[in-house]
Design a protein around this ligand. Structure first.
Ligand SMILES: [Zn+2]
Length: 176
């Protein structure tokens, strides 16, 4: 049994957004290199392992059924389980060291969902972006991964409104 190191949910989000096939393809970055994520430490040393873990964890945010069934499947698949240490604190252990990164991501999302509920994980609605996010806003209405995507979507909406009103103006002239 290997102890699973703690990962913050922000690190899991970074792993998914930088390494999953879905997010890279949406951003036209499938052929780009993979950045080193310092927060992963030794867990991030194997690029293939990062990619496989990121693909599996992406489904937690993107699956139409919501995150719960996907997380439960990952808990079973990784075999990760809680154990009490000498001081009575909960630690997590995994039977197969090759699954330790996926297990760490799964534990991070499990504890986050347990604290914040299952309705605050999502994928960006911006054009050409499939990045994932956790919604920490009070109203839980987040739809975009970042301020950049929110701004891009606002500009796109404004442009399409402008185009629509121009078209209306033109058809109005033609009708006269
Ligand atoms: Zn985005």
């Amino acid at each position: 049994m290997d102890a699973v190191p703690p990962l913050t949910v922000d690190t899991v989000v970074d792993l998914v957004n930088e390494y999953s096939a879905a997010t890279r393809a949406a951003a036209d970055e499938a052929s780009h290199g993979y950045p080193v994520l310092p927060a992963l430490g030794d867990l991030g040393s194997d690029t293939d392992r990062c990619r496989r873990a990121a693909d599996a964890l992406h489904a937690v945010f993107a699956d139409g059924r919501g995150p719960v069934p996907v997380v439960n499947d990952l808990l079973v698949a990784t075999g990760v389980r809680p154990r009490l240490d000498e001081c009575g604190a909960t630690t997590w252990v995994v039977p197969d060291r090759r699954r330790i990164l996926l297990a760490a991501g799964t534990v991070s999302l499990t504890t986050w969902i347990a604290a914040h509920g299952p309705d605050r994980l999502g994928t960006c609605e911006a054009h050409r972006c499939a990045d994932v996010f956790v919604d920490t806003s009070r109203a839980a209405t987040r739809r975009y991964c970042s301020q950049t995507c929110l701004d891009r979507a606002r500009v796109a909406r404004w442009r399409s409104r402008q185009a629509a009103s121009r078209d209306q103006g033109r058809s109005g002239t033609a009708a006269r």
